[in-house]
Design a binder for this molecule. Structure first.
Ligand code: CUA
Length: 174
């Protein structure tokens, strides 16, 4: 094989190898779950047991003072519909999907989190100032996609209350 043929061959292999990379989010879920190991979760039993049962959703204060937010994306809403977090404190987001692929975004920020059924997506967020953000879904997920949104409320650090499980996902608790 001469160099020219070899070069053509290598370029062809490279291009073929890139095709699956562009289809990353369409790789079948069992394979993805296997590759992600501990991040897997069964989308069909989210509401029955484990980390994403209903009264575990929302904002929880961690022993080190940071907060963890747990959410479930489903056609066509993010649960809970309103999240309250303190300003100036690291926020660990953990979110999974009960059905399709969604994308949680925060208007006015660069944050965007792809949410897939079967896996837990994690993101580190931080908000320096109090404020309110709309959180629309930016991944087409079906007929109700354009109405799929939640809200995030950032409150001053000293006003962030110790939320009980039932209040963690409600702006009305403020
Ligand atoms: Cu969920 Cu679009």
């Amino acid at each position: 094989m001469n160099w020219r043929k070899l070069r053509t061959f290598l370029i062809t292999v490279l291009v073929l190898a890139l095709i699956p990379a562009t289809r990353y989010y369409q790789i079948d879920v069992p394979l993805l779950r296997f590759l992600r190991g501990s991040h897997r979760v069964d989308p069909l039993s989210l509401h029955l047991a484990g980390e994403f049962v209903e009264n575990n959703l929302g904002t929880e204060q961690d022993p080190d003072g940071s907060v963890t937010v747990r959410m479930v994306a489903q056609q066509y809403l993010f649960v809970p519909q309103c999240i309250v977090v303190p300003a100036g404190i690291p926020v660990h987001l953990r979110i999974t999907s009960a059905d399709a692929v969604h994308s949680l975004t925060l208007n006015g920020t660069d944050y965007a989190v792809k949410v897939l059924p079967g896996t837990i997506s994690e993101a580190q967020l931080q908000f320096p100032h109090p404020g309110e953000y709309k959180m629309p879904c930016r991944e087409f997920c079906g007929a109700g996609h354009y109405a799929m949104r939640s809200e995030l409320k950032v409150v001053p650090r000293d006003q962030f209350p110790a939320l009980r499980p039932g209040e963690r996902g409600s702006c009305a608790a403020q």
